[in-house]
Design a protein around this ligand. Structure first.
Ligand code: SF4
Ligand code: SF4
Length: 161
């Protein structure tokens, strides 16, 4: 998951202006990839320092399942989870932490986070162009139309070469 706070601020502002927030759709494909390189949140802030993580573990020993595995470009600590099995499945699925049960949350989206490529979930966002189209009564292009246009463009390019 990538986190860019300006992106998050933009998303929040856009949702406020358009009065329509993001929706989470889809389902988990059990690939286990989001159990690596996790960024943890502590009291509303992404964890950057090992001392904060140690305090979190003292306050809630459930965090001890996470081990520091690196640092993101933005300086946040990255964690791997010891509970992930070699089969990429969670070895304590039934009693996993709340943060795992709730993933992917809208909070992640509004913090600027993106889901990993290939994740079975997706964030469905309402963009300015969607609001404009609705206002003007323009139906969004369907997939077949987009495909047809792109194939037409390819044909034109071939003819001109
Ligand atoms: S990355 Fe997405 S599909 Fe894969 S385990 Fe995580 S939530 Fe499920
Ligand atoms: S407890 Fe399970 S679901 Fe949560 S991060 Fe660890 S392996 Fe993934």
């Amino acid at each position: 998951m990538r986190l860019l706070s300006w992106k998050g601020i933009f998303r929040r502002l856009r949702a406020d202006i358009l009065r329509r927030g993001v929706r989470v759709e889809g389902s988990c494909r059990l690939c286990g990839r989001c159990c690596h390189k996790i960024i943890l949140m502590d009291e509303g802030h992404w964890v950057k320092h090992e001392r904060d993580f140690r305090r979190m573990c003292e306050e809630n020993p459930q965090y001890e399942r996470f081990v520091i595995s690196g640092e993101s470009d933005e300086g946040f600590l990255l964690f791997d989870c010891r509970m992930l099995g070699v089969d990429n499945l969670c070895s304590e699925h039934d009693s996993r932490m709340e943060l795992c049960k709730r993933f992917p949350t809208e909070t992640v989206y509004y913090s600027g986070g993106d889901l990993l490529p290939g994740c079975g979930y997706r964030y469905v966002e309402w963009r300015f162009r969607d609001a404009y189209r609705k206002l003007m009564g323009i139906a969004p292009p369907d997939f077949d139309t987009i495909l047809e246009n792109e194939l037409g463009r390819l044909d034109d390019r071939k003819k001109n070469t």
